[in-house]
Design a protein. Sequence first.
Length: 80
Amino acid sequence: MMAHNLTREMQMLAHPAAGRTLAKRPSAWKFQKLDSIRHRFIQRAGRLIRPQGKLMLVMSANKAVREDLLHFIEVLQKAA
């Protein structure tokens, strides 16, 4: 339950609410499923390497994932 709430809060911070009022009162945010976010950010192929004695995680270059991840990190740092 806590993972669900944290994921929703992160998405609400990252994308502002839609400022519309309609008769059927749709949600102000369009949420992604926790499963989709997990597959997109967490369950990514990578390799731990140790160049010059410093441990690093190397992942494939995916521009869309990088931009989304950096956006979420930036928003969460501002909120902290």
